[in-house]
Write a protein that binds this ligand. Sequence first.
Ligand SMILES: [Zn+2]
Ligand SMILES: [Zn+2]
Length: 172
Amino acid sequence: MIVKLSDIEDRLIVKGEIASPVFENLEEEQFTIESPVRFELVITKLDDNVRISGPVRSTVIMSCSRCLEEFSCPLETYLDIEVEPKRLLSHEAEVELRPDDLDIYYYDGDEINLDPLIYDEVLLNLPIRPLCREDCAGLCHICGKNKNVESCACSQYASTVLGEKLKNFLNT
Ligand SMILES: [Zn+2]
Ligand SMILES: [Zn+2]
């Protein structure tokens, strides 16, 4: 969605949603958008900058980092950024960019495209180690069974062996 700054007096509230297919070409990411990404953003004109803030919500499908099963993960984040006009960025300033400046956004001319800002917000807020549930038992590292679904004897055996070794170690 593109907003025209000349249409905004002081502030503007934009509500909308981005359909999931828009995210499909972001193939490097291990997720699928399940429901449209909904946003309700307040766009405030400051002097030269523009502040954009408000909730961004969606549901994504990710693979659990323990059991590898796909699960549905609600995503609710709050976007709060300032966007600077591109013309203020001199060549010198570009060279001196510090790492903490990297998430400054720029707009060109009279228009701001909200879509890339919203994508970034979603990408930045995906869980790094997604879990289908807090206490996911994961896969057995010996037989590979999903321990949420069925139990196996491996871990018991493994812990007994380890227990025996530990006992021997402590007794010597
Ligand atoms: Zn899991
Ligand atoms: Zn096992």
